[in-house]
Design a protein around this ligand. Structure first.
Ligand SMILES: Cc1ncc(COP(=O)(O)O)c(C=O)c1O
Length: 400
């Protein structure tokens, strides 16, 4: 038997970061953790209260279709946010976080005898698209994104041969890790290509409500609800990463297939989490507050970096800043020879990250999101504004 390989770069990346953080903590160096995208702002009290109120003395299995009021709340959000009418019974499913929904998608819908096995996704990207392809026996097909074309994945550019072998294509805007955003015309173009080649087009809409622009970014469901799925999440939108709650919405035929497949995965969302999710999707005021917090952090850090001569691109939404590694740097990396062989990033980049790390500043090397991220790094807007001021004071003292 040959075990399925987990994507090597991500495994290596988190291990290196964890080791580095442990080492810093041992040496008593204060840590400014811009590495992992897990915000620290508290979950709004009304959401926590809804969970507490729903905690029943008798605990029973949740269902895959979930509570109707939650599906209605997601449909209500789609109506307010996108001006789209979804049928809560046939077009919406709850998920135990969007990660599991993304991961399980090909397992649920790509049959063993399916000839079209390519799963297309951007590089750099959230690593789970690649993992889902590997574990389901699909062929991962990363598409390099570039700063020059605004980090847009254009399906048309893949050519008819690749498109004819593709079963699922992922797009994700606002994009993790670059924070890049797109307009409605972009989504219309991708829908046309996907439709012509019978590809299921999936939008990872994890950050749809988190943007730094004046206008909210458009959603794929605004273009069509046929042949497409949207995957949403309460994790960053409502400060609920630990609750594990998201949705899958869109094409009713695919949703019907997912309803049959997903009971196998054990991903029914707990009833008390669904109660909290229902009030979260029904309210937009707390999201506006969170947006303002992330925007203030983004503005402060972006101003600092730009002043220092860094090249900040993308960064129009999500909770990330995407920055070019200064090429002048040729520092000495502190990793051992053995580790060096496995390191997913270049010598110059390693020196740069090592220098930041020595001072407690933890960032994510771009290449940990795939080859397409090489030469960049991501700052997750997690530390508070106060901590950001301290991090900036430290960063100003580092000679890079
Ligand atoms: C692009 C993207 N999609 C999906 C997820 C998963 O979110 P959830 O917490 O809902 O599983 C994340 C989490 O960081 C993400 O960055």
């Amino acid at each position: 038997m040959t075990p399925v390989a987990a994507p090597a770069s991500t495994t290596y990346f988190s291990v290196v970061l964890d080791q580095a953080k442990e080492d810093l903590a041992r040496r008593g160096v204060p840590i400014f953790d811009f590495g992992i995208g897990d915000p620290i702002e508290p979950t709004p009290p009304f959401i926590r209260q809804a969970l507490i109120d729903a905690l029943s003395p008798v605990s029973q299995y949740p269902t895959i279709v979930g509570q109707r009021r939650l599906r209605q709340a997601v449909a209500g959000w789609a109506q307010r946010r996108l001006d789209v009418t979804l049928d809560p019974d046939t077009q919406v499913l709850p998920a135990a976080g969007s990660k599991e929904a993304i991961f399980h998608l090909p397992l649920a819908i790509v049959g063993a005898d399916e000839q079209r096995r390519r799963l297309v996704y951007p590089s750099p990207s959230y690593p789970v698209y690649e993992g889902s392809a590997r574990f389901s026996g699909c062929i991962p097909h990363p598409v390099p994104l570039s700063e020059e074309n605004g980090y847009r994945l254009e399906l048309d550019a893949l050519g008819p041969e690749v498109l004819s072998q593709t079963c699922i294509a992922w797009i994700n805007y606002p994009h993790n890790p670059t924070g890049a955003s797109i307009g409605l015309d972009y989504l219309q173009r991708q829908v046309e290509v996907a439709r012509a080649h019978k590809i299921l087009l999936c939008a990872d809409d994890c950050y749809l409500d988190l943007y730094f622009t004046e206008q909210p970014p458009p959603g794929l469901l605004q273009v069509t609800q046929t042949g497409v799925l949207s995957f949403g999440s309460l994790s960053k939108r409502s400060g609920m990463t630990g609750y594990r709650s998201g949705y899958i919405a869109g094409d009713a035929r695919v949703i019907a297939t997912l309803k049959r497949a997903r009971p196998n995965f054990g991903v029914g969302s707990q009833d008390f989490v669904q109660a909290a999710a229902t009030v979260a999707w029904s309210d937009d005021a707390h999201v506006a507050e969170r947006r303002a917090i992330f925007r203030a952090k983004r503005d402060r850090l972006a101003a600092f970096l730009t002043d220092r001569g860094y090249d900040v691109s993308g960064s129009q939404g999500a909770i990330y800043l995407w920055v070019k590694v200064p090429t002048a740097d040729r520092g000495q990396a502190p990793w051992s020879e053995a580790e060096r062989g496995q390191a997913p990033w270049s010598e110059a980049e390693r020196g740069f990250f090592a220098r930041l790390l020595e001072h407690g500043i933890v960032v994510s090397p771009g290449e940990s999101f795939g080859k397409g991220g090489e030469g960049y790094f991501r700052l997750a807007l997690v530390p508070s504004l106060e901590q950001i001021e301290q991090a900036i004071a430290t960063w100003e003292r580092i000679t890079l």
